[in-house]
Design a protein around this ligand. Structure first.
Ligand code: CO
Length: 220
């Protein structure tokens, strides 16, 4: 192997181990995938969906972009969601952010980075929507952590507002949305308590989850 031989060696070792554990593993997966979860996460190299959830190939459908943003005109994300929900019939959509997110920090502090500034505008919309809460926090570290959480909550609301998800709920298709955040420093996932299983309580769920952010970071 001419380029990156260490990765091919590691791949061969991994494939051998998988077959040793289950001789039919790849044959089964090649025939069909039936993941129960769609993961919408940050592209950050430190937040690999399968590894941190202990899920095997075939168990989670994954979409990642900078700062786990769900934009209503993003055909890439919407196509992933449509295929996952309507064809694969996943039962859970997990939006997972992480503390220490560089995209969120850039959106908060606003230095010009180039093309990505257009993408980060969506997180600045979240920042501006919660400007009063963020301004009341004691320091920039608290604001960064809080905006990482608020961004997840707002992106779950964006998922819930897509016609795609509304149609699934109207059909009675079981579909639950989740808002999670991952800690780079301890490897732990936390639920930000903005789960939704139909659209009826969307706004009150978001309001309560945002109140939770306020309680966590506001000085008492
Ligand atoms: Co990130």
């Amino acid at each position: 192997m001419k380029y990156l031989p260490e990765l091919f060696t590691a791949n061969a070792r991994w494939a051998e181990k998988m077959v040793a554990d289950d001789p039919h593993f790849f044959a089964g997966l090649a025939a069909i995938q039936t993941p129960a979860y769609l993961w919408i996460g940050c592209a950050d190299s430190r937040v690999p969906a399968n590894e941190i959830t202990g899920l095997k190939p075939g168990e989670v459908f994954v979409h990642r972009n900078v700062a786990n943003v769900v934009v209503h005109t993003d055909l890439n994300c919407l196509s992933v969601m449509q295929y996952a929900i309507e064809v694969l019939k996943v039962q859970h959509v997990i939006v997972c952010g992480h503390y220490g997110c560089g995209g969120v920090k850039a959106a908060l502090e606003g230095p010009a980075l180039g093309l990505i500034d257009n993408w980060l505008r969506h997180i600045q919309d979240v920042r501006d929507r919660h400007a009063e809460l963020l301004a009341a926090l004691p320091d920039n570290e608290a604001r960064w952590r809080a905006l990482c959480e608020l961004n997840v909550i707002e992106q779950v609301r964006n998922v819930a507002r897509t016609p795609l998800v509304g149609d699934a709920w109207r059909r009675g298709q079981p579909l639950m949305l989740h808002s999670w955040i991952y800690g780079l420093s301890d490897g732990r996932l936390q639920d930000l308590q903005a789960s939704m299983q139909d659209g009826t309580e969307m706004e009150s769920v978001v309001t309560q989850a945002v109140a939770g952010v306020r309680v966590r970071y506001m000085p008492h």
